[in-house]
Design a protein. Structure first.
Length: 335
């Protein structure tokens, strides 16, 4: 009778011991944002799942596409996204205007204007009326969204030439893939271009750069990976595993020995001929740090533009809102 009395409790305890580790080992969902195929790492990570040794074990990955970085702020605030690929422009907006005070810069995605590498172009029709920046007075300027990096760059350059939004020109928002058509159909007189769209042969046939990003501020920490400190603290082990896998994949795509396969992957993803991607991950492309370490010095200089343009009221201390320890730990594992 004594044995029968204790049997239910013993079985219950055994079930808990059996189920506990299984529950604890459930992979962490990591949703990572991207905008432009090939140019953004998240669009490529699942193409090399064989290099992601922890995928499906400590974490599962969901790359998620967004029109621009401002939309990612809302997703972060609503816990619909774990890692945002924010621009230097949207970082202070997210922290100050959206109240994401625990947002942290965790890695580099890409840098613009590094000597010898690509710098983002702002294009006009080759045979059009715009010959200099001042000619944009009274014209239409294409942008992705107010506060996006390309938007801030254009506003800054036009302001330096005496032109202000609404007073001197009109901003027209549209997704990046539609920019060529907007210029060709004369719906916009100036458009921003980013890889891979910047290397579209049809765009190159009709357009030329009026200025490039490097002309505005030299080296720009254009895109960074950001996550909330609360998520990092809760899932640190899985995040380090993810960053280790990501670094391994980043280095594979960056290796010139893999260039032909990279072009084939890019062609398949974008449904374009692979030969159009001869620029990918070369010096014709953006600079990407091989260890994904963000250039915090450049980033601090870049975010100052956001206050200058009036998008935020206060300065943003980049180092206070950065946590590169995940990258540090991941790099150590790969040495």
């Amino acid at each position: 009778m004594r044995i029968l009395k204790w049997l239910p409790a013993t079985l219950a305890a055994a079930c808990l011991l059996w189920a506990g580790p299984t529950f604890a080992q459930q992979p962490v969902k990591i949703r990572v944002a991207w905008i432009a195929p090939v140019s953004n790492w998240a669009s490529l990570l699942l193409e090399k799942k064989d290099l992601a040794r922890h995928l499906g074990k400590s974490y599962v990955l969901e790359p998620t596409r967004y029109v621009g970085t401002p939309q990612m702020i809302t997703a972060l605030a609503n816990n619909e996204l774990e890692i945002a690929s924010l621009a230097y422009s949207t970082l202070p907006i997210a922290i100050q205007n959206a109240g994401l005070s625990d947002l942290r810069v965790i890695a580099d995605e890409l840098q613009d204007g590094v000597p010898g590498y690509y710098s983002q172009e702002y294009m006009v029709l080759t045979d059009g009326p715009i010959k200099k920046i001042e000619d944009l007075k009274g014209k239409v300027v294409g942008t992705v969204a107010a506060g996006a990096a390309v938007d801030v760059a254009m506003r800054t350059m036009l302001r330096r030439h005496g032109l202000e939004d609404k007073r001197d020109y009109v901003m027209l928002e549209a997704p990046l893939p539609t920019m060529r058509a907007m210029l060709a159909e004369k719906k916009a007189d100036l458009i921003p271009t980013v890889p891979p769209f910047a290397f579209d042969p049809e765009l190159r046939r009709i357009a030329r750069p009026l200025f490039v990003n490097r002309d505005i501020g030299g080296v720009t920490q254009l895109l960074i990976w950001c996550a909330r400190q609360s998520f990092i603290d809760k899932n640190r082990a899985a995040m380090v595993d993810f960053m280790e896998d990501t670094l391994r994949i980043v280095r594979w795509f960056s290796d010139p020995a893999n260039h032909n396969e990279v072009a084939a992957i890019a062609g398949r993803l974008t449904k374009q001929p692979p030969e159009r991607f001869d620029w990918a991950f070369t010096k014709r492309d953006y600079y990407r740090d091989p260890d994904m370490r963000p250039n915090l010095e450049a980033l601090q200089k870049n975010v100052a533009l956001i206050k200058e343009l009036g998008f935020v009221k206060a300065d943003t201390d980049v180092k206070t809102h950065s946590d590169v320890s995940l990258i540090d730990d991941a790099v150590k594992r790969l040495k």
